[in-house]
Ligand binder design. Structure first.
Ligand code: SF4
Length: 210
């Protein structure tokens, strides 16, 4: 049970339901291949059937953790943080991004965009999901649009979403891991025909790192 004091701390972003934190290599998208400290926050109600972190969905399973303690851990490792989930925007991220930026740490987020944007971000990776579309306000702020390709129909979805982001937003198509063998040839052909898109692969899974 979360008492009133803890709930207040969560509301202010001074505590977050931390699922895991780890130093690794960003495997996906624009910053693929770069070292980064990952902060995975619990809680998600977007409901992608292919989700590979379903254990993140129930926030109650992830203990409220002091944000200051998380920032102290980051400081031991690197200058780039990726805040992910779950859906991290279910929580107030103003406090954590202020603290990180004060320490000259770059703040990146991976989000479905289904909740209001909080926090100050050096990089926003927007990965829209059909089950709970992004709020209109986040599209122009996205630095990177990452569409997960599960079926052929997702190319149409990708184009619709690309029509909503800024003209300088980086566009990525990424095969859903369990469908990669079927979808990679289609994505390759699509990107060759539509070179405004790039391919993103989950390289951390090939490298066998978290
Ligand atoms: Fe999983 Fe992300 Fe979809 Fe939530 S938005 S269900 S965490 S893939």
């Amino acid at each position: 049970m979360i008492n009133d004091h803890i709930q207040q701390q969560i509301n202010k972003g001074k505590m977050l339901p931390l699922m895991e934190e780890f130093y690794t290599i960003q495997g996906e998208g624009f910053h693929s291949g770069k070292a980064a400290y990952f902060i995975r926050i619990g809680g998600c109600d977007v409901g992608c059937h292919w989700c590979d972190v379903k254990e993140s969905w129930n926030a109650e399973l992830h203990p409220p953790t002091k944000t200051d303690a998380i920032v102290e851990n980051v400081k031991k490792y690197t200058k780039t943080v990726v805040v992910t989930g779950g859906e991290p925007l279910m929580w107030n991220l103003d406090y954590i991004t202020n603290s990180l930026q004060k320490n000259k740490i770059k703040t990146h987020i991976e989000t479905s965009g289904a909740y209001e944007l909080t926090g100050k971000w050096d990089w926003i990776c927007l990965s829209p999901k059909k089950t709970k579309l992004p709020l209109k306000t986040i599209y122009p702020k996205a630095n990177e649009l990452k569409i997960i390709i599960v079926t052929k129909n997702d190319f149409k979805f990708a184009e619709k979403q690309a029509g909503k982001v800024a003209s300088n937003c980086e566009l990525f198509l990424q095969p859903e891991w369990s469908k990669r063998e079927i979808m990679i040839p289609l994505i390759v052909a699509y990107v060759m025909k539509n070179p405004q898109w790039k391919i993103s692969l989950q390289t951390h899974k090939y490298l066998n790192i978290p």
